[in-house]
Design a protein around this ligand. Sequence first.
Ligand SMILES: [Zn+2]
Length: 386
Amino acid sequence: MVRTTSQDKMKIKNYTKILEVVTANPGINRKKVSSLTKLSNQTLSNLVKELSDFGYVLEFPLEDAPGYGRKPIGLQVNFKAFLIISLEFTYNSLGVYLNTCDGEVLQYDRYALDKALDVITIIKEGVENALKYANTRVFAIVMSAEGIIDEDNRKLTHIKALALKDVDLGQEQAYLHIPFFLLNETNLICSHVNLTNTKPHNFMVVKLDTGIGCSIALDGHIQKTSANNMPGKLGHLKVTNPDEDVTCWCGGKNCLSAFISRDFIEARFNLPYEEALRLIRDGEASGFYGKILSYLAPILANVTTLMGIEKIYACGRMVDIFGTTFIADLAREITPLIPSWINFMGIEESPVPSIPEQCSVYFMDYFLKNILTYLETVEETPFKVR
Ligand SMILES: [Zn+2]
């Protein structure tokens, strides 16, 4: 924990004010920063000099500024100065990236995971190897995880494929003294859309893959329920009028994920997931394509109506393999089920940036908005000249 006096706190808040304004307006000149932050020219000048000495801000002459003589100085956040470890945790592998917050990957390793292996030790070793490679401060570890997790308590609640239950990953990583963020993969994509796109107030990201992921943002805020997160819920809404009754692994009857998740599709077609999806798209099993639409559309329409969703962003291997016609077919099925007073603008394929990009955007946003909390979790201040 970094000890901070109230004077330090004031200064650090001013640093982050500047960083926030410059992040939102790359190339902005000092005069505009001064008016947006309400800091006096002299104070701003001193703080920018310090931020530049730490390496967090770059100053450069604005060549295309009008007029002759000395060009005004533009400011830009140096995202290369922020190094993080991004983890991609799936049911069968762990990707470990050491990357700067502009998304540049300096080191990458991938480890196979299986329920017969000691998954937690593999995660620790992966992180330790990446740390060895880093020769400067690592600001955070950000993990995108498939499965049912508890983000607030940084627990892997239930990862069926790896036989993990209630693993306190935050505690497992505590010895590293590096802030650790655990996020459901769909929440992380939703957060990226929320922070970077021009997006509607209320939207939903749906991932149709090994599992069914769903994340909902209302009025710019990603929704959480008290003990758990949204993901892990959409897949267990009930399909209406299925042709047969199917019991889900959760014990419930006719859950959506019991009909369209990887396990079900692989078992039904006795093929690997992607091959089965291709067969459903254009092979003998193509009749099943219509069933998927009829299972999925009413559930998405109900959630849209209840939450006032304006746009659905879809991603995942099912979307990749079925292609753009799938999105169009889903839209055609969903739209008539939604009342006219809901401002529903349709469904589109979600952009899915790389894991290092998703983790970088998440971390920078957290860092700028929660700097004092961040300082409570690290041993050394990030605000000193190296
Ligand atoms: Zn279920």
